[in-house]
Every structure is written in structure tokens, then in C-alpha cells.
Design a protein around this ligand. Structure first.
Ligand code: IMP
Ligand code: MG
Length: 172
């Protein structure tokens, strides 16, 4: 049984982080129309807030990857369960992820996308848990660095629970 979630980052802190990320991204993509690719399901709330702060004519798409299942540990094997609906060749692609943990998911996805020949490929992550990294991943835009704890809320789940929480919380 999971403990009561306790707040790590409040709604206000998240809002400020997103405003900062949006400003950085806007500056780098001023004359472009980037394609934002969200990784389902954890990034959906983050992506929804980010696109509304960006003030850029973005396109959006989503991929679904195999992940933790009903456990807190990654299996290490990543698969695309639901692929892109948009061709990305020649596009400025920005991947939107909730958490970079071991890095296995992202290093797989970035390789997979790179093979499709985008004009550029960058990563924006809401949170980074560097203490757990197994493969190096470079994060171009980062919201928060988090401790080695399990986090939930703001779209992020534990066994499909707690996604609805407005703050980023820790469960033990
Ligand atoms: P990685 O392949 O280990 O980097 O795993 C990344 C994915 O694992 C994230 O996109 C999350 O879906 C999930 N994950 C990793 N840490 C947490 C956590 O603290 N809470 C919820 N999901 C997590
Ligand atoms: Mg994820």
C-alpha cells in the first residue's frame, strides 16, 4: 500500500518552471514550427500546460512506449506500442517527457526518432532523477531535478493512481 503523497513541488512552482521552459524554447524556435512529441501517458498534463505557454505554432503528436507495467522498476526493454501519426523527416522535433530516470526509455526513443531524419531533435523533460541513470541522455530543457524517490501527480502515476494530483508529490 502506498503512503499518502506529500508535496515536492507545488502548483505554483510548476507554473513558474513551465513559464521558464516556455521562454527558453520560444527563443530557440522563434522562426520554426516545432513538432512536439509527448510520451504517453505521463507527459499529457505537462504538455498541455507547456503548449499553452509557448506562443508558437506547434504541431503535436504522441507515442506510447512499453514501460513499468504494475511495478516501480523499469524492465530495461523498451518497445513502441503506439507510434507516430505524423512523418517527422525534416521537422524540428521536441520530445516531451515526464521523468528521465534510468534513461533507457529516452535513449531508445531518441535513437528511434533520429533514424527518421528530423531536421533537429531535442528533449524537454519535466523532471530528472540523475541518481538512477544507467545510460546518458542529454536533456535540453529541464523543469526540476528530483531526489531518488518515487514521484506522482501532475500526470505522473503509480499503478495508474495519483495522475490527477495538481502538485508533484512523493510516495514512499
Ligand atoms: P527510464 O527509462 O528509467 O528513464 O524511465 C522513464 C519512465 O519511467 C518515465 O517516463 C516514467 O514513466 C517512469 N518513471 C520513472 N521514475 C518514476 C517515478 O518516480 N514515478 C513515476 N514514474 C516513473
Ligand atoms: Mg514516461
Amino acid at each position: 500500500m502506498a503512503s499518502q503523497p506529500r508535496i515536492l513541488f507545488t502548483q505554483d512552482e510548476i507554473k513558474q518552471a513551465i513559464a521558464r521552459l516556455a521562454a527558453e524554447i520560444r527563443l530557440d524556435y522563434q522562426d520554426k514550427q516545432p513538432l512536439l512529441i509527448g510520451i504517453l501517458k505521463g507527459s499529457f498534463v505537462f504538455m498541455a500546460d507547456l503548449v499553452r505557454q509557448l506562443d508558437l505554432p506547434v504541431e503535436v503528436d504522441f507515442v506510447k512506449l512499453s514501460s513499468y507495467g504494475a511495478d516501480k522498476e523499469t524492465s530495461g526493454k523498451v518497445k513502441v506500442i503506439q507510434g507516430l501519426k505524423t512523418p517527422i523527416k525534416g521537422k524540428d522535433v521536441l520530445v516531451i517527457e515526464d521523468i528521465v530516470d534510468t534513461g533507457l526509455t529516452l535513449s531508445f526513443l531518441l535513437d528511434y526518432l533520429q533514424k527518421k531524419k528530423p531536421a533537429s531533435l531535442k528533449l524537454c523533460a519535466l523532471t530528472d532523477k540523475p541518481s538512477r541513470r544507467q545510460v546518458s541522455v542529454s536533456i535540453d530543457y529541464l523543469g526540476f531535478t528530483v531526489p531518488n524517490k518515487f514521484i506522482v501527480g501532475y500526470g505522473i502515476d503509480w499503478n495508474e493512481k495519483f495522475r490527477y494530483l495538481p502538485d508533484i508529490c512523493i510516495i514512499d
